[in-house]
Ligand binder design. Structure first.
Ligand code: ASP
Length: 317
């Protein structure tokens, strides 16, 4: 059994806000990511490589809030977070607040494999990227008209905004905004039975003070452990951080013997809801079973496995 599961962000995704053209764009973007990752698994490649390949595809697509399509910070910059984790040996690599890196997930993998550390931030992560020959991109590569307009509407306020929240700003009432969706993630189960998880994001529009979300934090937005599952989250990071979501799912499986489905439901649809944390996650367990779970209206998501199952969906369950 091999399985690949991906997401392109959770939030207020409803049929009313999607057009046929948007659906076609997201279909194509998610399918390209599934193709890229699944080809690696099919060829006997590792779950880690499959996760990176799928995420690179999503990072290169400006419709998602990661890599090229990352949202703007308060200062009008793009500061990205990413993380990868290998369930075989619990090795992990993460970066936060990185700028001008074309594919932050590749830098995260480089941190995991070659830095001797787990988590690098800001300028130090940038220095490490240069030393490892990681591909850079100029500011204009990350410019995106829609994201720019989204930011312009709130840049003079103290609001921050998840790019999939629309009018629901943090800290007050929002102006009307067009918005897109999009932190990205992937989890995979390979022919050797190894699990891996990765997540990449531009974070929240108008974020400042070096704000870091859950995505690059081990056990919060991303976690993989061959004994249990691989998880990648998307949603309001402040809640996912405090709820240690990805590791909590793994713990419920490891210590309570729950299935992936049961564990995800408890964490996302009960614990997070009680805290007020909106979002969702994707997961795969040590048998290759997959899970999509959300408490938001929708989540861009897709999966493919060696039993011939394939799915791409957006709206809530
Ligand atoms: N969880 C991400 C963050 O808070 C955002 C998202 O998933 O859209 O940075």
């Amino acid at each position: 059994m091999i399985t690949l599961v991906i997401h392109g962000g959770a939030g207020n995704i409803t049929p009313a806000m999607m057009t046929k053209e948007m659906e076609a764009e997201y279909d194509a973007g998610l399918k390209a990511a599934l193709d890229a990752g699944y080809d690696i698994l099919k060829g006997g490649g590792t779950s880690t490589d499959a996760v990176v390949a799928a995420i690179v595809e999503l990072e290169n697509n400006p419709i998602f809030n990661a890599g090229r399509g990352s949202v703007f910070t308060k200062k009008g910059l793009h500061e990205m977070d990413a993380m990868i984790m290998n369930g075989k040996d619990l090795s992990a690599g993460a970066v936060s607040g990185v700028r001008n890196i074309k594919n932050p997930i590749k830098l995260a993998r480089e941190v995991m494999l070659h830095s001797g550390h787990v988590f690098l931030s800001g300028s130090g992560a940038g220095e490490f990227a240069l030393s490892r020959g990681i591909e850079q991109a100029k500011d204009d590569y990350f410019f995106n008209k829609q994201r720019y307009e989204q930011w312009v509407k709130i840049r003079d306020s103290d609001f921050t905004q998840l790019d999939h929240e629309g009018d629901n700003l943090k800290g007050g009432t929002a102006p009307n905004t067009d918005y897109k969706f999009g932190t990205v993630g992937a989890v995979a189960f390979d022919t050797e039975g190894n699990l891996a998880a990765g997540t990449s994001t531009g974070g929240m529009t108008n974020k400042r003070f070096g704000r870091i979300g859950d995505s690059p934090v081990v056990g919060s937005g991303t976690y993989a452990n061959n004994n249990t599952c691989a998880i990648s989250c998307t949603g309001h990071g402040e809640f996912f951080l405090r709820a240690v979501v990805a590791h909590d799912v793994s713990c419920l499986m490891e210590y309570k013997g729950l299935s992936l489905h049961e564990a995800c439901n408890i964490v996302v649809k009960d614990k997070l809801v009680k805290m007020g944390g909106e979002g969702g996650l994707i997961g795969v367990d040590k048998y290759g079973n997959h899970e999509f779970c959300m408490n938001s209206a929708g989540m861009y998501r897709g999966m493919r496995n060696s039993e011939g199952r394939e799915e791409i969906a957006y709206y809530g369950q």
